[in-house]
Design a binder for this molecule. Structure first.
Ligand code: TXD
Length: 312
């Protein structure tokens, strides 16, 4: 029996629970600090199971003891940036939350694989690794699957073709400096560089980099949750079914691509034990320097976080 715990039963957390159950991947435990809310969403999702025709159970709880022996722990707990709040304020608040969640969940599931979703993503994934003291391959961040899904969707829209045939790769940090890779993005094996002019590709890359902000500005309050939820469920499926999918994930780099000792989005093979391998591609000088720049900005943020946490 597989069990997935999702901490933070907000928009992304509840959507992860929905897709994991609907795709018959595992039973789900939804945890939140708000009393009654995870229980209500879980009961609603469990009732949907009888209509949809799967047998997965969804429990809601305010207690970590209910999460014990999970195969996967997903961390979405955190707060969103509010007017007047600096990036550092947000970093500090979410770092305290993620630290607490990581500490409590790893006690219950010391064998689990952790998928981190809370922003700032690469830094929170590093913090989860630091806090849980788990091996690096068992702590993974979700961002690259989502950013690549956005790029894939924009490519399909541009060419007016089915998104099913589009595969794209976005590496680097989950922020303005992310690195979409048109050379490694194809429509059923045909590089998109053969199918559209460079200026159109550049504009799709730009839209991808702003993909999160585009949705925030349309929603007015809150941020994206369907595609993020689907992306987490996709990663969970590769782990639970030991599928060895090659997906861009935030992984601990130990020298790959010339990057060391930080979490950053790289192509990786994902199976039962978590990250089985980081795949190294030969990047062009421009691609390599964009990835380095993105990695340096993550490193700076990790340093800021460590200073903020020491100061508490
Ligand atoms: O690509 C990606 N990684 C992302 C990241 C894509 C989408 C969203 N991304 C980030 O995920 C977003 O910036 C946030 O940091 C998280 C969660 O986003 P969501 O939209 O789900 O936020 P909500 O709806 O505010 O949910 C957060 C929940 C909320 O119910 C809080 O009560 C809960 O987190 N929370 C806690 N739960 C447990 N324990 C603690 N301490 C706690 N603190 C808050």
């Amino acid at each position: 029996m597989s069990k997935v715990t999702v901490v933070g039963a907000g928009f992304v957390g509840a959507t992860v629970a929905q897709y994991v159950a609907e795709h018959d991947l595992a039973d789900v435990v939804l945890v939140d600090v708000i009393e009654g809310m995870p229980q209500g969403k879980a009961l609603d999702l469990w009732q949907a199971a009888s209509v949809l025709g799967h047998g997965r159970k969804v429990f809601g709880s305010n207690s970590y003891t209910d999460t014990k022996e999970s195969n996967i722990v997903v961390i979405t707990a955190g707060v969103a940036r509010k007017p007047g709040m600096s990036r550092d304020d947000l970093l500090k608040i979410n770092a305290k939350i993620v630290q607490e969640v990581a500490k409590e969940t790893v006690k219950q599931s010391p064998e689990g694989i952790f998928i981190v979703v809370t922003n700032p993503l690469d830094v929170m994934t590093y913090l989860t690794w630091q806090t849980t003291k788990l091996p690096q391959h068992k702590v993974i961040g979700m961002a690259g699957v989502l950013d690549s899904a956005r790029f894939q969707t924009f490519i399909a829209m541009e060419l007016n073709i089915s998104v099913e045939d589009v595969r794209a790769m976005v590496l680097g940090g989950h922020g303005d400096l992310m690195v979409p890779l048109p050379r490694f993005s194809t429509v059923n094996g045909i590089p998109i560089t053969e199918l559209m002019p460079p200026d159109r590709i550049q504009s799709l890359c730009e839209r991808t980099r702003n993909g999160g902000a585009e949705i925030v500005s349309l929603l007015k309050s809150g941020s994206a949750y369907y595609a993020p939820g689907a992306s987490v469920a996709h990663m969970a499926g590769s782990i639970l079914k030991d599928k060895n999918r090659l997906l861009p994930c935030a992984v601990y780099a130990s020298g790959q691509y010339g990057i060391k000792d930080i979490y950053v989005g790289l192509p990786a093979i994902l199976g039962r034990e978590g990250i089985k391998k980081i795949v190294e591609l030969k990047l062009s000088p421009d691609e390599a320097s964009a990835l380095k720049k993105s990695a340096e900005s993550i490193r700076e943020n990790i340093n800021v976080m460590n200073q903020l946490l020491v100061a508490v």
